[in-house]
Design a binder for this molecule. Structure first.
Ligand SMILES: O=c1[nH]c(=O)c2nn[nH]c2[nH]1
Length: 293
């Protein structure tokens, strides 16, 4: 046998950092979950029980906290690049660092109609995700994501004109509920250095991608999930020049009509449908990646 794949590190490193503005007393909080996986000349730790090449996963955890203290952790793309840069520059035998950062939502509470200086709430399970690979002699590859952003529209979605044959039962519809859990990603151009990464406004890009996604979801008179997600990709590419590709993976979370006509002729289908059965499974799954021409 021989080693075909090897990377190791610490997963689920939970991290919280608060910034306190001395003048205003306003606190800003960020919470992240970090995964680090290292690659390099580490084969002998697998094949020869040679631990001399192992930068312990605990060391990677301690390093994460130290670098979080010494550097900004927002935007998460930048902190991922700081972590990656550290590991390939500190250890000659480590040649690549894979860093995943999940950023959780702490949205500032409004109290008495005003933003509260130090109180926050978790407004949904939506997460912001960064997946980066810092590779010696190549640079920093960064992919940013929005996940678990659950949306629903009660009209403004249709699905008709699809292929029909002896296997097709689905009726055409000109007015349906559309619900999905947004999973969107955007791949940045390859950055040559940490310095180059530090010049990019990743937070503005994330805000733009999120705003475009929600705006088009709401406004598009959707002919299908496919058609709507393509418009989202197209607009994000136009809005963020340093992004090379945008992708979506959208589950189609179905809401089925319930025919109640058996009960005294109760009308609840077609234009009379108001009571529906939300389906947990099966779900459609529509995926695409859109690149520049
Ligand atoms: O938007 C949709 N796309 C599809 O491909 C599909 N198939 N069934 N329902 C669907 N809705």
């Amino acid at each position: 046998s021989q080693l075909g794949y090897a990377r190791y590190g610490k997963d689920n490193v939970r991290l919280y950092k608060v910034e306190k503005d001395a003048k205003t007393g306003v606190h800003t909080v960020i919470e992240q979950t970090v995964r680090i996986l290292l690659e390099g000349d580490i084969e002998t730790s697998y094949t020869k029980a040679d631990n001399s090449v192992v930068v312990a996963t605990d060391t990677q955890k301690q390093t994460t906290y130290i670098l979080a203290k010494q550097h900004p952790i927002s935007p998460p793309e930048q902190f991922a690049a700081v972590l990656g840069d550290h590991f390939i520059n500190t250890y000659p035998h480590i040649h690549a660092a894979h860093v995943k950062i999940i950023q959780h939502r702490w949205t500032r509470l409004s109290v008495d109609g005003k933003p509260h200086p130090h109180s926050f709430y978790r407004d949904g399970e939506e997460i912001r995700v960064v997946e980066s690979v810092t590779r010696e002699g190549e640079g920093v590859s960064i992919r940013s994501k929005i996940e678990k952003l659950l949306v629903l529209k009660s009209t403004g979605s249709a699905f008709h004109g699809f292929h029909r044959d002896e296997y097709t039962r689905l009726p055409e519809t000109w007015d349906r509920i559309l619900s999905t859990e947004i999973e969107a990603g955007w791949q940045w151009k390859l950055f040559k250095s940490l310095e180059e990464v530090k010049k990019v406004d990743f937070n503005a890009a994330w805000q733009a991608a999120r705003d475009i996604t929600l705006d088009i979801f709401a406004k598009d008179d959707s002919a299908s999930v496919q058609a709507t997600m393509y418009k989202m990709c197209d607009e994000i590419l136009a809005a963020v020049p340093l992004v090379e590709a945008v992708d979506y993976a959208l589950p189609n979370k179905h809401y089925f009509e319930i025919d109640l006509s058996w009960h005294k002729g109760l009308k609840n289908t077609g234009k009379d449908a108001t009571v529906f059965a939300p389906q947990s499974d099966p779900n459609g799954l529509i995926q695409c990646t859109v690149v520049r021409k």
